[in-house]
Design a protein around this ligand. Sequence first.
Ligand code: SAM
Length: 241
Amino acid sequence: SDHHLSYPASPDDMDWSTYYPGFVAQNPLDNGEPQKTETSSTLAASRSLTKDVEVVDIGCGFGGLLVALAPLLPDSLILGLEIRVQVTHFVQDRIRALRAQNQEKNLYQNIACLRANTMKFLPNFFRKGQLSKIFICFPDPHFKVRKHKARIVSSTLNSEYAYALRPGGIVYTITDVESLHQWMVEHLEGHPSFERISPEEEAADPCVEVMKKETEEGKKVERNSGPKFVALFRRVEDPPW
Ligand code: SAM
């Protein structure tokens, strides 16, 4: 349960250095002198990264999307968020192994996985406008009406996605459940911060193919020749008031 989830009090309190060791900045405070009064803030500063997490996979499952996006977006830090402990550990081990196997080429340094309940703690991890892409791939459908509040796309959560995304940023959705697809379109298109992206632009975005082919759920649907419903939404500028 959430009692065992640890999350930062604010994005500034998050130490990403163990997640992205390949992107840890040289310590600007380290002048060779021993630091007598090392406060937690100087400690945090000494562990800062050269860039911020920019791409998030919500409910990343076994990490297929992360692994496929790593070479496609080599300059972006990509983070999978997953609520299941064992699954999170699996993905973390998978990334560790890929990094070790590709040490010379320094690959897979830009992906990481963290355990979190994205329905509750998203603003604890990301500042306003920090993200450029949010992926929501094959979310649990929660078919029953009384379970709809458990869906990962809702008016309230969409406001959190809008907060974390910069204007021009994109929410990617895919599902094999048509009624859930309609639900996501209705709730995201109906939100003042989002507009749906045209089919032409959608087809031209290489991330869409990855989302269809490289997610574990996408592969499962492929094997069963099931349908895949895709919809992308752009974060629009806030109105000037
Ligand atoms: N995205 C992956 C894929 O396409 O292969 C996994 C899809 S799976 C059907 C849904 C995933 O979302 C599960 O791994 C589940 O544990 C995770 N999940 C559900 N609710 C979540 C939440 N509130 N926060 C984080 N992850 C969640």
